[in-house]
Design a protein around this ligand. Structure first.
Ligand SMILES: Cc1cc2nc3c(=O)[nH]c(=O)nc-3n(C[C@H](O)[C@H](O)[C@H](O)COP(=O)(O)OP(=O)(O)OC[C@H]3O[C@@H](n4cnc5c(N)ncnc54)[C@H](O)[C@@H]3O)c2cc1C
Length: 445
């Protein structure tokens, strides 16, 4: 696409918002050209709005010049979500980070969407934000809602959607809408369509969230497994014993990354609640580990917090090895978790690509991370093949893609979810006839 329309659009935006809210230097554009996946696409410019009216104006100008707009939070996406793969202007939401309103008693917080999880965690006494996917609290509320993000604690707290009671969104027509229904889930409306829309249906400017209470007691375990079957056996036993798990996550083929031996799979598990519940569940869990002959270690809560933060080490190691990651997030029925992981392994070895899987058998969630050299065309081709292969296998298992992390550049197809794709496409056509909002993501044009 020619840069000409984007340059004209940027000039108009700069004259309305002020020069300092528009970045056009190579260095700045380069800083916005990547996300946590390691892929790169350089935008024509970056705009940094401070209020909803700015966004309406930016959208109006982009429509007039036919220039794509790509909303961006902190850029922690693993699937290229905030990358301008069809060119255009990145809309950096991080300057819109104010708390608008809060209520200590009900746990309700209204905040602008550029606010980070880290800041949200210290706002209400005794409450917290359990959805902290990157582990460091760096992701923004807007990014979490756009991806309907998950985290290791999603076993207990579900995904971001469970926390969202209202949203202000500027549609691709430039119109600002307030969609709010602070009632029971059965009363929900268009909110469910917006949550998880991956920046394709509009730009979220503020959100009404309900934060849960921090649990009074927590106990965590580190488990060393011989192979993935151990995780599945734990899952079966936990269900049988009706133990309420707060968080569970396992890493398979971890040694691919660290390049040395050790356990085939490691896993972390957390329980939380009242002292009595945690005592009972803890003792049942220890019996299960012994019965299955799985080595385990009870770890302190500080260590557990540290482990959830250290999830990011996978991505840091990938960066250090100068490889990019093609992440495909799959969700299957929980009893098929092992089959999905085996399909991922088979695909990796057939296409000669190292692959690490992060999985949660209690959610049927399997995140396949293929490692590849982003400068090698043949490897890129093999990686694309690997992604579509595991998607086909997930569909064959009755599963879907995009859980938590989003579909991003991989996109969802009608083979996976005909009803969703057809409804979503019709809504997209209606609100974004010029396809300016984050094109190339989530669904095919
Ligand atoms: C180490 C690590 C581990 C991770 N693990 C998980 C995990 O287990 N589960 C999980 O769900 N995610 C995980 N992620 C992915 C990531 O944290 C989430 O996708 C997060 O929700 C993105 O937030 P962000 O603010 O960085 O958004 P960005 O990455 O900037 O953007 C993500 C998407 O949201 C859109 N967007 C951003 N802001 C807005 C807005 N205001 N309005 C409309 N659209 C917007 C963008 O266009 C893009 O499509 C992980 C990331 C890392 C680095």
């Amino acid at each position: 696409m020619s840069e000409e329309p984007a340059i004209k659009a940027v000039e108009e935006i700069a004259s309305q918002l002020g020069e300092k809210y528009v970045l056009i230097e190579d260095l700045d554009r380069s800083a916005y050209s990547y996300d946590a996946s390691g892929m790169r696409h350089v935008p024509s410019a970056v705009v940094r709005p401070t209020e909803t009216e700015d966004i309406s104006f930016i959208i109006e100008v982009a429509n007039r010049y036919g220039v794509p707009l790509v909303p961006r939070g902190s850029g922690t996406s693993l699937v290229g979500g905030p990358l301008p793969i069809e060119g255009g202007i990145v809309v950096d939401m991080q300057m819109m980070n104010k708390i608008i309103d809060k209520d200590d008693y009900t746990g309700l917080v209204r905040a602008e969407t550029g606010l980070r999880v880290y800041d949200l965690n210290n706002i209400l006494p005794g409450r917290f934000m359990p959805i902290n996917p990157d582990g460091t609290g760096f992701s923004t509320i807007g990014g979490l809602i756009a991806e309907d993000a998950a985290s290791p604690l999603s076993v207990k707290y579900s995904t971001m959607a469970a926390m969202v009671l209202g949203l202000e969104v500027v549609l691709p027509t430039g119109e600002a809408l307030l969609v709010e229904q602070p009632g029971p889930p059965s009363k929900r409306n268009i909110l469910d369509l917006l949550i998880g829309s991956e920046g394709t249906l509009g730009i979220f400017t503020s959100a009404l969230l309900k934060l849960p209470l921090k649990p009074k007691h927590r106990v965590a375990y580190r488990i060393e497994m011989i192979d993935i079957s151990d995780a599945i056996s734990i899952q079966t036993a936990v269900k049988r014993e009706e133990i309420s798990i707060a968080g569970f996550e396992a890493y398979h083929n971890y040694k691919e990354l660290i390049g040395e031996g050790g356990a085939e799979a490691i896993s972390f598990l957390e329980i939380s609640g009242t002292e009595e519940c945690v005592d009972v569940w803890g003792s049942k869990l220890r019996s299960i580990f012994k019965e299955l002959d799985i080595p385990f270690e009870e770890i302190s809560i500080n260590e557990a917090d540290d482990i959830w933060i250290r999830r990011k080490s996978i991505y840091e190691l990938a960066k250090r090895r100068e490889v990019a990651m093609r992440v495909v997030s799959l969700q299957v029925h929980t009893h098929l978790t092992r089959d999905a992981i085996q399909e991922v392994d088979r695909t990796g070895s057939r296409l000669k690509l190292p692959v690490v899987t992060v999985f949660n058998p209690l959610l049927g969630w399997v995140m396949a991370i293929f490692l590849y050299d982003p400068t090698d065309e043949r490897e890129i081709e093999r990686t694309d093949k690997a992604a579509s292969n595991v998607i086909d296998r997930a569909i064959a298992l009755g599963g879907s893609i995009g859980f938590g992390v989003g579909a991003g550049i991989t996109k969802i197809t009608s083979d996976m979810d005909e009803g969703f794709v057809s409804t979503f496409s019709k809504v997209k056509e209606a609100v974004d006839p010029n396809w300016i909002m984050n094109p190339g993501k989530l669904i095919e044009r």
